[in-house]
Unconditional design. Structure first.
Length: 111
């Protein structure tokens, strides 16, 4: 099963605009094996968050992008929950990685 097929099986399904945003963010990753869903979704969320932080991410026009990043992180944890043994470690590492994006942006803005 591919990541795209795995996403298609999520219930409840996301609204169409959010689904398109998730698929666009994942791009070629949709063809990966579903077993890589957690890593692929988190990596795509990180890229999207980085791009948002570099822009004026407080504007209303970017609300769907913010929701897409949130959905990608949610899907990453939904996929990770299918193998709960390492979930606590994955959660801590994911939080560290996402928090580091904000720190890097703030440090870049003051440099």
């Amino acid at each position: 099963m591919t990541l795209g097929e795995w996403l298609g099986q999520r219930t409840p399904p996301p609204p169409p605009a959010l689904r398109r945003g998730v698929e666009q963010a994942l791009g070629e990753s949709l063809a990966l094996e579903a077993t890589s869903a957690a890593d692929a979704c988190l990596a795509c969320a990180e890229r999207l968050i980085t791009a948002l932080l570099r822009s004026d991410c407080t504007s209303r026009e970017l609300a769907l992008d913010l929701l897409t990043a949130d959905a990608l992180v949610t899907y990453a944890f939904e996929a990770a929950g299918e193998s709960p043994a390492g979930l606590a470690t994955r959660a801590a590492e994911s939080m560290r990685r996402i928090a580091a994006l904000g720190v890097a942006q703030r440090e870049g803005a003051t440099a």
